[in-house]
Design a protein around this ligand. Structure first.
Ligand SMILES: Cc1cc2nc3c(=O)[nH]c(=O)nc-3n(C[C@H](O)[C@H](O)[C@H](O)COP(=O)(O)O)c2cc1C
Length: 372
């Protein structure tokens, strides 16, 4: 069987499957359960120093289903919106949890997702206290699109390359473990904030967080969803529907920074989905909404499916095929040239009277016909 383990920035993952920050990593019980089921790593729900400033509302999820699909069939859900904030559990409870998790699963990778206001002292305090509690690495949430930007946190930071660089530098001054910056897709060019994170010394980036969205409007009540006391706000879109956008953004990051660490996120539900992120350069692949819909046990079939894919192609390790599909992206002009050349070749192959010296003349005539 193929070897699914991968070492990234000195972190040893038994497999590339990581739980993405969100409800599945809400406390020590959940995280220990995820590790027991076989997940290679877990990113905890994002935490901050002052949990009492976090006020969640309900309902905070909205789902987009295939039209007319059975509402009980989770496979019919292809889009998911949330307006959930970061963890509202006290910071000290989290520190206890980190110690408990590392006592129970010392060999698994515990990634601590953090967010703070744009103050050096706050960012440095949260890093120092969490790493003392034993977390293996950090993911900086510079990307949550709702609620927190009102406090100049999350996406409000991630959309400003200068701010990304400043915050990442504060973190890198005190971090003794690897740091990944989590990117927002709500920008024109995701490689710009990624470059800022790398300039500041971060080892990697994770992409993508959720896409700012309005899932729909209830045609009975005329209220946008999710509806809280008759009102709503735009939220973060995830699940299968975002995967093509996430793949494109990961591809852009991997092409721009081939030697840096990339954790791919967005709409992953199967081993085949994960293989595509790895083919586009990701070292690890995160799953959040998928775990909310299908439970922690989904990692087992994902492992089997990824192994089967690797066996089929003769890949013995993740590094054997990581980034392998990147070379097949080109320019549109080049696609046109390639297609013309292929057509010329095909027509020449058909022509039994073809002589080598006629090649230039024939291909020019064919190209002229193709464009007219
Ligand atoms: C309900 C919910 C809560 C989330 N909370 C966080 C969070 O606290 N921190 C964070 O960095 N990302 C958070 N995310 C974003 C996910 O980690 C992930 O980047 C995004 O949902 C895309 O992946 P997916 O399609 O596998 O869910 C959350 C997503 C959902 C659906």
């Amino acid at each position: 069987m193929a070897d699914l383990s991968i070492e990234v920035d000195g972190l040893k993952f038994p497999n590339p499957f990581v739980i993405g920050s969100g409800p599945p990593g809400s406390n020590a019980n959940c995280i220990n359960r995820a590790f027991s089921q076989g997940w290679g790593g877990v990113v905890c729900k994002t935490i901050a120093l002052e949990a009492d400033k976090v006020n969640n509302v309900a309902p905070r999820y909205a789902r987009l289903r295939i039209d007319g699909g059975d509402p009980k069939d989770k496979k019919q859900i292809f889009g998911f919106q949330n307006i959930e904030l970061i963890s509202d559990r006290p910071f000290d409870d989290w520190l206890d949890d980190f110690k408990k998790i590392k006592d129970t699963h010392p060999d698994k990778v515990l990634i601590c997702s953090i967010m703070e206001e744009p103050r050096k002292d706050a960012w440095q305090e949260i890093v120092e206290r969490c790493q003392e509690a034993g977390v293996d690495s950090f993911e900086l949430n510079l990307s949550c699109p709702h609620g927190l930007p009102e406090r100049r946190m999350g996406m409000a930071m991630g959309q400003e390359p200068d701010m990304v660089e400043r915050v990442c530098k504060w973190v890198m001054e005190v971090a003794k473990v690897p740091v990944w910056a989590k990117m927002t897709p709500n920008v024109t060019n995701i490689t710009v904030p990624a470059e800022s994170a790398f300039n500041a010394g971060c080892q990697g980036v994770a992409a993508i967080n959720t896409i700012l969205s309005v899932t729909g409007v209830d045609l009975e009540t005329l209220r946008p969803m999710p509806t809280v006391e008759g009102h709503s706000i735009p939220g973060g879109y995830s699940c299968k529907a975002v995967r093509p956008i996430a793949l494109r953004m990961c591809m852009e990051i991997a092409q721009a920074f081939p030697n840096k660490t990339l954790s791919g996120i967005g709409g992953v539900e199967t081993g085949k989905d994960a293989a595509q992120f790895i083919l586009l350069g990701a070292h690890t692949v995160q799953v959040c909404t998928g775990v909310m819909l299908y439970g922690y046990k989904m990692v087992k079939p994902m492992i089997e499916e990824l192994s089967a894919f690797m066996d089929k192609h003769g890949f013995t390790s993740i590094e054997d095929f990581r980034g392998k599909s990147l070379e097949y992206f080109t320019t549109h002009a080049n696609l046109v040239e390639l297609q013309r050349a292929a057509q010329v070749k095909k027509s020449l192959e058909k022509d039994s009277d073809w002589k080598g010296e006629d090649f230039v003349e024939q291909s020019e005539a064919l190209a002229a016909n193709t464009t007219s």
